[in-house]
Design a protein around this ligand. Structure first.
Ligand SMILES: Nc1ncnc2c1ncn2[C@@H]1O[C@H](COP(=O)(O)OP(=O)(O)OP(=O)(O)O)[C@@H](O)[C@H]1O
Ligand SMILES: [Mg+2]
Length: 583
């Protein structure tokens, strides 16, 4: 079965092969045409409804009046009324039919199309469907009425065309609009056919429930040639089944064996042509395939980019949300402690003053009091309490600063361009990474941060996104330093240097350099590729730098450059404009 709207090259080849074989066991032109019509009717479907695509499908062929059966001759003469009928008069004969109504499944039951005499060009012109069909097939109506044997051989090979009426409803070429087109919901009409060596034309007309795209129409040209191949042996043979009823099979076999040279020539020419047309179809279809593949690649790239952004945004936004949440939770108790520390200081001072006064006024206290003074080491406690309170004040101050940094880093509220101090972004990111910089249980030595910040105005940027870039580059630097861990490395003093400077009036540069393991050229060449990572599964996703590249280059019209050598550390330089780059 073939989805008629989405016919492929494969469908065309398969269908062509099947059609060419439909004449193998047939004895008459009528039989082969019936086989063809049945095959097309059964196998072309409308995939949206899973029904047959044809409302009605018919096979027409022209024959001379003398070739018709007596009942068809009578039918044709009735149409011509009192005109004199010549033996050579061409009649368009219905040879096979199939369709939704029972009466559309037998040529004998056709009312208007059993055999239409094509008296002259004018007569043909009066039957719009037929004249349009002949025109679309590329033949002169004169050739149909009176085939000229001299031109025929050449013409026969040119003639295979596809005729299509895209909008059956209201089309002047399709009669019976109210009785046929509308009630049976005929959307379009597809016709294809050709010219035979005898000068007769054949044509298949499909009245369809669907529309067919132009790319599919092309595929019917080779099918027309395959049908011609199937019927060719019968062009000079028996037409109707009535023709053979009186003859014996041996005679038929004999006839089939002695194929005329005209028939053989036509067969070779048609095969050549079929090859030609099929090859052209293959080229066109493979061009389409190439285009489709190229399009798919583009879509895939886009999808991959979107996916990267989604993953990274998700990662960052959950990190930011968590940090913002923690900052918020810490903020309240810290404020509470800070506010109370000064009272505690004040009250303690008053209490100590009181104790001192007691000591002055009562220099000789009881033994019990003396014992307690000794036990609690009053003098030491008095001096230490002040120091403790001072460090508590300092501690809360630090926690407050940390909270400010956490908030600064998460910047949930700032998804748009803001003018910010880029240094506070770097500092807050370092703050978040503080735990990885310290000497820790994993044997990693403390990483020394060397800052060298330049003087320049505030930068217009997406602050949250720039922090994301610092986070990615600094985490990579820490990873690279941790990789170099070991005795030899320890003596090298792991270090990250961060420097910033104005390049000119318009832009600034931020350099982040580490003295970690460095990179080979092979790694460098893939550095910014999405999903490129040298880290073990679960440690790296390979997205950090590709997203940083997008943020710096695409979102901030900047540059991100990397210098590195194995064992020599790595230096990333980010350049971004100070403002106005977003237009
Ligand atoms: N400072 C650096 N020193 C040495 N190699 C680095 C450095 N920065 C990046 N690389 C190399 O570049 C690769 C890609 O880095 P990227 O940040 O894009 O991904 P990742 O760190 O592997 O994973 P992710 O950042 O998604 O967790 C790393 O796997 C690493 O091999
Ligand atoms: Mg990374």
């Amino acid at each position: 079965m073939y989805d008629i709207q989405k016919m492929t090259l494969r469908d065309m080849s398969e269908c062509g092969l099947a059609l060419r074989r439909l004449g193998d066991d047939a004895l008459t032109m009528e039989e082969v045409s019936n086989n063809i019509i049945q095959y097309l009717n059964q196998n072309f479907i409308d995939s949206s409804s899973h029904e047959k695509a044809c409302v009605l499908i018919r096979f027409f062929k022209t024959h001379s009046y003398r070739e018709l059966t007596p009942d068809l001759q009578e039918y044709a003469s009735q149409i011509l009324k009192d005109r004199i009928v010549s033996d050579n008069l061409k009649c368009l004969t219905l040879l096979a039919t199939a369709g939704e109504l029972p009466e559309w499944n037998s040529r004998y039951q056709s009312v208007g199309h059993k055999a239409i005499p094509l008296v002259d060009a004018d007569a043909i012109a009066r039957i719009p469907m037929i004249s349009q069909l002949i025109q679309q097939l590329g033949i002169d109506t004169g050739t149909v009425v009176q085939p000229d044997p001299t031109f025929l051989a050449d013409l026969e090979q040119k003639m295979y065309n596809v005729f299509y009426v895209p909008n059956a409803s209201g089309s002047p070429y399709i009669p019976s609009q109210t009785a046929f087109v509308a009630p049976f919901n005929v959307k379009s009409v597809l016709g294809f056919g050709g010219l035979l060596p005898s000068g007769n034309i054949f044509s298949i007309l499909m009245f369809l429930k669907v529309f067919i795209p132009p790319s599919v129409l092309d595929l019917f040209r080779p099918l027309a040639l395959s049908i011609k191949m199937a019927i060719l042996p019968f062009d000079d043979g028996y037409i109707f089944k009535e023709d053979i009823q009186s003859k014996i099979n041996a005679e038929i076999a004999d006839k089939n064996q002695n194929k005329s040279s005209q028939y053989l020539n036509s067969q070779i020419a048609t095969l050549n042509q079929l090859l030609d047309v099929s090859e052209k179809s293959t080229i066109t279809q493979s061009d389409r395939l190439e285009d489709a593949i190229a399009n798919l690649h583009q879509v895939l790239d886009k999808l991959q980019n979107t996916q990267i952004q989604l993953i990274q945004n998700e990662k960052m936004s959950s990190l930011s949300q968590m940090i913002a949440g923690i900052a918020h939770e810490i903020n309240n108790p810290v404020n509470f402690i800070q506010a109370n520390v000064s009272y505690t200081e004040e009250y303690t001072e008053s209490l100590l003053k009181l104790v001192k006064l007691y000591q002055q006024k009562y220099p000789n206290p009881s033994v019990e009091i003396q014992q307690i003074i000794k036990q609690i080491e009053l003098d030491f406690m008095t001096s230490d309490l002040k120091a403790i309170l001072k460090s508590m004040k300092l501690g809360t101050e630090r926690i407050r600063n940390i909270v400010i940094s956490l908030r600064n880093f998460s910047r949930l509220d700032e998804a748009e361009f803001k003018t910010v101090d880029i240094h506070s972004g770097i500092d807050s990111t370092l703050m978040i990474l503080q735990h990885r910089l310290k000497e820790n249980n994993n044997n990693y030595s403390e990483i020394n941060i060397v800052k060298n910040y330049g003087e320049f105005p505030q930068i217009e940027c997406y602050p949250g996104q720039m922090n994301q870039v610092f986070m990615n580059i600094l985490s990579n630097a820490i990873d690279a330093l941790e990789l170099g861990v070991g005795e030899a490395f320890k003596s090298q003093n792991p270090q990250i240097s961060i420097s910033t400077q104005a390049i000119d009036q318009k832009g600034i540069a931020i350099t982040i350099a580490d003295n970690g393991v460095g990179m080979t050229e092979a790694v460098m060449s893939k550095l910014f590729n999405p999903f490129f990572t040298t880290k073990p599964v679960g440690k790296g996703t390979g997205l950090g730098l590709s997203i940083s590249y997008q943020i710096v280059v695409e979102k901030h019209c900047g540059e991100i450059i990397c210098h590195s050598q194995p064992g020599q550390g790595t230096k990333f330089t980010i350049k971004i404009p100070i403002r106005n780059f977003h237009g």
